[in-house]
Ligand binder design. Structure first.
Ligand SMILES: [Zn+2]
Length: 69
């Protein structure tokens, strides 16, 4: 299983072997939300702070148009 270094805590993060660029990964060590930005080698970047998780709808019901522009 490929590993990369968490940009937040510098610990090794295990990335699923079938991960693709743009996939989300959670650091086991610090819980940071990371995104796969490269595969050869695996590179991780901190996820942009986007609270708009479509699978967790219900909480953020305010209009995000205001937030954007
Ligand atoms: Zn971490």
């Amino acid at each position: 299983m490929p590993t990369s270094i968490c940009p937040e805590c510098s610990e090794e993060v295990y990335v699923d072997a079938e991960s693709e660029q743009g996939d989300n990964v959670i650091c086991d060590e610090c819980g940071a939300k990371l995104v796969v930005v490269g595969l050869d080698p695996v590179e991780l970047d901190p996820q942009e702070e986007a609270d708009s998780d479509p699978t967790a709808s219900g909480l953020d019901s305010y209009d995000f148009d205001e937030e954007r522009y």
